[in-house]
Every structure is written in structure tokens, then in C-alpha cells.
Design a protein around this ligand. Structure first.
Ligand code: GLV
Ligand code: MN
Ligand code: MN
Length: 412
């Protein structure tokens, strides 16, 4: 009978739409709810209301992670994700995993099912890392990967401080950190890439996450007149930044898939048409599923930066914003995702994740895997992000049956 159990897609779509109204980007389906902003607070308050309405025990810890657990004893089978977004985000990234978790719990409650282990659903602070680096900050602190004090001191792209913002929005909670390890963890997320759509597969059974390396580079040169300074006498940080962006792409192409490289932010100062810039601050995001190749890309990028800046007479300082090694998920949990999908009649493919996720932090403390659903045109971190209701339903049903199976899984 449990086999026929199915989530209510209209209820899930309703919650996704209601949450997406908060921080809605006009004229699009997307949202802007950067971590710990007023919009994030409003989104949090709404989701907490839904958690409470389901009779769940809601805890908030010192980094603002919110976890709702079914009453009872023992480590739960946990799901969850994040509700913060990038500034130009879609409505599914993260939000789907949280609201599908609520939907799973509401479904089993309505069916009168008591799983062998209780369920929990959480949303974790600042998964995106767009405002405060590193990404996955809340789940990192939850699993003991960063001391709370260090996290609270982080300053953002707008100069705000994590600890002050948590106090300001009322989400500096008192639940202990590191948090208690769940029995197991599974996160539903949109793929955010093109693979499932291209291969016409409904579900990704995610077996790992590629390594992430984020660096902020500050290049200092000599600000000068754009008309009078001969090319050979320039110390131009703008040129160094542009050359590095170009090199990052060449490097990724040379190393080949799955290496990727992105210069996503460049700030020139004073940023004027007729002034050679005084400084350039830019970021580089390097990723690979293979740690050795990721290290090679970091080293070669650093060498190019040093060489180019010094030839231009500029000085350079770098700061690591995030560095996470590739993660391999628990094969037994990936198997469960795969068989839950097949049992429900969905096509399924084992695949790595290109994006970072809270699940990769939980993999440090308990058996973990993820469920992916297709992203139309592979678009994400963009208000145009879209996944069809049929695929959302499939993903949430796989989450439901994976969690039911995990409740019976013996772990060591
Ligand atoms: C975080 O979501 C990332 O992968 O950039
Ligand atoms: Mn996400
Ligand atoms: Mn994201």
C-alpha cells in the first residue's frame, strides 16, 4: 500500500508559488532573496509557519539553520535544502528541496503512516554564498566544518556581517552546533544543468558533487589618464583581470570536461571610460570532480595571474572564498534513490552534481545522496529556471519513497 503513496503536486506547486512571491523579480518567475536580507527573513517566516502548522518541532541554531522534526525519539531521516537565492534566482533552486520535504511529511501524515524512523526537513543558511562566502555556510557549520564564531564574523559583498544580520532578522537561534547527526540525509534539487533533459531521463540519482574552488583576486596598479599614458607605461589592473578571465576559459577547455572555470564578478575602480583603473577585484570559480585536476587548474591559474600581473607592473593579493573537495555519496543511498525511481516507473541515471549542495556537507556525518529533476534548457541561477510540474512530482515522489526506504535502512 505504501508503494502507491503519492505526493500532492498541487499543494507543492501552491507552496512554491507562494514562497516565490517573496522577493519576486518583476516580470519574471524568479526571486531575489539573498541570504539574511529582509526578503530571506520573510521567506523563512512563511516556511516556519508551514512547519509549525504540520505539528513539527522547529529548532533554530546559532547560524540560523531551521530544522523541523516529527515528534518522537532518535536521529531522523532528514531532507532539506535552502531558501536563499542568488540575486537573479529562480523559484526552484533550493526551495524545491525544502517544500518537497514538507510535502513528503504532509503526505505520510495524511495517509496515517508512521515510518520506522521519524522524518525531518531543514533549510540551511546561506547555501548560495553569493552574499557571504563560502557557499553552504549553514550546513558546513551544522556538521562541524567551521566554528560558529568564525562563521558569524564573515562579512559580505555589501559589508554586512553574518552574526549581525542573523540577530537583525531574528534567526540567531540557540540549538546546539555542531548539530546532531541525522540517521541519513537525502536532498531533492533541480539539476541546474542540461544532462537529464538532453538524455530524456526523468531522475538523476546523484552519486557525488564536484570539488569547488573560489578565489577573490585584488590587483593594484596605477590609475592614470587613458589618453595620455602610452601603452608600454601602463600598470592596468583592468587588463590583468580581463586576461585572467580569458585564461580561465582556455584552461578549462584545455583540461576538458568536467573542468569548468568562471570569472563571475569583476569590479574595477574607479570604473570610468577615460581612466586606467587603479584596482580590479574579481572572482574565479574552478570546479572538477577530480581533486588532482582541480588542484592543477588552481596552480596554473595562480601562475598565470602572477606572471601577467608582474609583467604589467601590478601587485596581487588573493583570498580563498570557498574550497571544498569533491564528495562521493553513499552508494547504498544512491542505490535506494535508483530503485525508488525504477519502482515508480521513472527513468533514472546515476550522475555527479555540478553545483554545490547542502547534502555534500551532510555526507561528512551520515549516509547521504541526492535526487535530481531536469532543468529546462539546463538554465539555473536565472529567473528563467524551470522544471515541469510532471518532473517536480516525479522528483518529490522519489524523495518520498527514498525517505521511507531509508527509515528501514540499518546504518553502522
Ligand atoms: C552553489 O549553489 C553553487 O554551486 O554555486
Ligand atoms: Mn541550490
Ligand atoms: Mn544555487
Amino acid at each position: 500500500m505504501e508503494h502507491d503513496l503519492s505526493i500532492n503536486i498541487d499543494r507543492l506547486l501552491g507552496r512554491l508559488a507562494e514562497l516565490a512571491e517573496i522577493g519576486a523579480i518583476e516580470g519574471t518567475e524568479g526571486c531575489a532573496r539573498l541570504a539574511l536580507t529582509d526578503e530571506d527573513k520573510a521567506g523563512r517566516d512563511l516556511v516556519v509557519t508551514w512547519m509549525t502548522d504540520l505539528g513539527l518541532e522547529v529548532s533554530v541554531d546559532g547560524i540560523g539553520n531551521v530544522i523541523a522534526t516529527m515528534p518522537g525519539e532518535g536521529p531522523p531521516v532528514m531532507t532539506g535544502s535552502h531558501i536563499d537565492t542568488v540575486r537573479t534566482g529562480g523559484r526552484y533552486d533550493g526551495n524545491l528541496g525544502v517544500l518537497a520535504g514538507l510535502e513528503v511529511i504532509e503526505t505520510i501524515q495524511a495517509a496515517g503512516i508512521t515510518p520506522a524512523r521519524r522524518f525531518a526537513v531543514g533549510f540551511f543558511t546561506d547555501e548560495e554564498g553569493s552574499r557571504f562566502a563560502p557557499d553552504m555556510l549553514g550546513s558546513l557549520v551544522y556538521v562541524g566544518g567551521m566554528p560558529l564564531e568564525e562563521a558569524l564574523d564573515i562579512s559580505g559583498i555589501d559589508g554586512a556581517i553574518v552574526g549581525e544580520e542573523l540577530e537583525r532578522i531574528g534567526y540567531a537561534g540557540s540549538a546546539p552546533l555542531p548539530g546532531p547527526s541525522p540517521h541519513s540525509f537525502v536532498e531533492l534539487h533541480i539539476e541546474q544543468g542540461p544532462v537529464l533533459e538532453i538524455e530524456d531521463v526523468t531522475i538523476g540519482a546523484v552519486d557525488g558533487v564536484q570539488g569547488i574552488s573560489w578565489t577573490e583576486v585584488e590587483v593594484v596598479g596605477q590609475s592614470n589618464h587613458a589618453g595620455t599614458t602610452p601603452m608600454g607605461l601602463r600598470k592596468d589592473p583592468g587588463f590583468v583581470a580581463a586576461a585572467c578571465a580569458n585564461f580561465a576559459r582556455e584552461l578549462a577547455l584545455e583540461l576538458g570536461d568536467p573542468q569548468v572555470a568562471t570569472v563571475g564578478r569583476i569590479d574595477l575602480h574607479p570604473n570610468l571610460v577615460n581612466v586606467v583603473a587603479a584596482t580590479a577585484t574579481f572572482t574565479v570559480d574552478l570546479r572538477n570532480t577530480d581533486e588532482a585536476t582541480l588542484q592543477e587548474s588552481e596552480q596554473r591559474f595562480a601562475e598565470f595571474l602572477e606572471k601577467t600581473a608582474s609583467a604589467e607592473g601590478c601587485t596581487v593579493e588573493t583570498r580563498t572564498l570557498a574550497r571544498f573537495e569533491p564528495v562521493i555519496f553513499d552508494p547504498a543511498v544512491v542505490d535506494i534513490v535508483e530503485s525508488a525511481s525504477s519502482n515508480l516507473g521513472y527513468s533514472v541515471k546515476r550522475m555527479p552534481s555540478g553545483a554545490g549542495h547542502d547534502a555534500q556537507m551532510f555526507a561528512r556525518v551520515c549516509p547521504t545522496a541526492m535526487v535530481f529533476t531536469p532543468s529546462v534548457n539546463g538554465i539555473s541561477h536565472n529567473p528563467a529556471e524551470y522544471t515541469s510540474p510532471e518532473d517536480l512530482e516525479a522528483g518529490a515522489n522519489v524523495l518520498l519513497h527514498t525517505m521511507l526506504a531509508l527509515a528501514n535502512l540499518e546504518t553502522t
